[in-house]
Design a protein around this ligand. Sequence first.
Ligand SMILES: NC(=O)c1ccc[n+]([C@@H]2O[C@H](COP(=O)([O-])OP(=O)(O)OC[C@H]3O[C@@H](n4cnc5c(N)ncnc54)[C@H](O)[C@@H]3O)[C@@H](O)[C@H]2O)c1
Length: 384
Amino acid sequence: MIKFTKDSIIGVIGSGAMGSGIAQVASQNGHVVFLYDNKAEALTKSAANLKSTLSKLVEKQKISQGDSDSILKNVHFVSDLNDLKVCDLVIEAIVENLEIKQKVFAELDQITKPDCVLATNTSSLSVTSIASSVKDAGRVIGIHFFNPAPLMPLVEIIPGIATNTEITEQCVSIISGWKKVTVVCKDTPGFIVNRVARPYYGEAMRIYEEGIADIPTIDWAMKEIGGFKMGPFELTDLIGHDVNYVVTETVWKQFYFDPKFKPSLCQKRLVEAKYFGRKSGKGFYNYVEGVTVPEPKKDMKLGNQIFVRIISMLINEAYDALYMNVASAKDIDLAMTKGVNYPKGLIEWGNEIGLKNVLNELDRLRNEYNEDRYRANVLLKRSV
Ligand SMILES: NC(=O)c1ccc[n+]([C@@H]2O[C@H](COP(=O)([O-])OP(=O)(O)OC[C@H]3O[C@@H](n4cnc5c(N)ncnc54)[C@H](O)[C@@H]3O)[C@@H](O)[C@H]2O)c1
């Protein structure tokens, strides 16, 4: 049985945004890291980025020059997967494609030591399905970092149905040792964060599509009344609609087309137009220089209606995750505050607002629209 220590060697596959960040975190915590990518340019870019990130940290006196040198020395950028044979833990962060991931895991099965733990950083695929390509699926687990990995405190640990309990415990222990907040969750679509956060985007887009309020007003309401750092439209513009839309669609499909998760046509059109958000200069907002941002209608009555509708849907989803044993109430609240910077955990927020008020809002929506989307979770109902 593997026991991770400071001397454990970490492998990371995929040197893109996530893999590079994970390699940096592991190296900063004293591990020797082998970072592999099948594209030479990706490795070169990752090495250059790490160097520049570390020199900025030295400039800001966050780390010493000595620390920077040893972090850099600890990361080996490799172009041969066989170099990962010495690893004790391998974290895969390649393209989000089940077949490609399964192929890489099957190769890792041959290359790595039999007790090496194989982890995937997938956001939306089933850990169990990735694990099925490895003979001993007991050594495969999900370790889901958030972007950017060196800065975001949350890591979701997701055992698949075959994962050995000791491996889950070992992973929680090593990742917590990297000063991350870990939450353990069941292998279900979207895990905690990418499931529970869906109504923040979906219900906001629905309100906009119905013409109840415009985009700046909905963003204003969620920031001003809800205390969120970014409104749903600003946030999806930042995440990128290509990425955000695919996560929504994947979660919806994996939940057998549950209408709660139904994607929004207004976002689909943005993706079709390649209006991906900030990165392409246009999304729900226009980022071209000189264009003025439209003003919200700062109408408190309307703002409160928007906030109550979206927050009720979010709290309902948090209760659904709790009821379906995805994670504990404590971990669901931790996940939303540490993974997506919510001002409060949703279970706590529900108690503050009053679950009776949340249920009233859900019942009002259910009666008005006669849609299953607005059904209140049974645990929430029982708790009232
Ligand atoms: N970007 C995010 O916000 C985020 C957050 C959490 C989890 N994730 C997940 O992390 C994973 C990586 O995402 P990313 O944003 O870093 O992607 P990315 O596109 O930035 O990087 C992926 C890297 O993997 C490499 N790659 C692709 N196929 C490969 C293969 N067969 N073998 C080796 N290398 C290969 C590519 O060359 C690329 O460098 C995905 O599963 C994604 O769902 C992403």
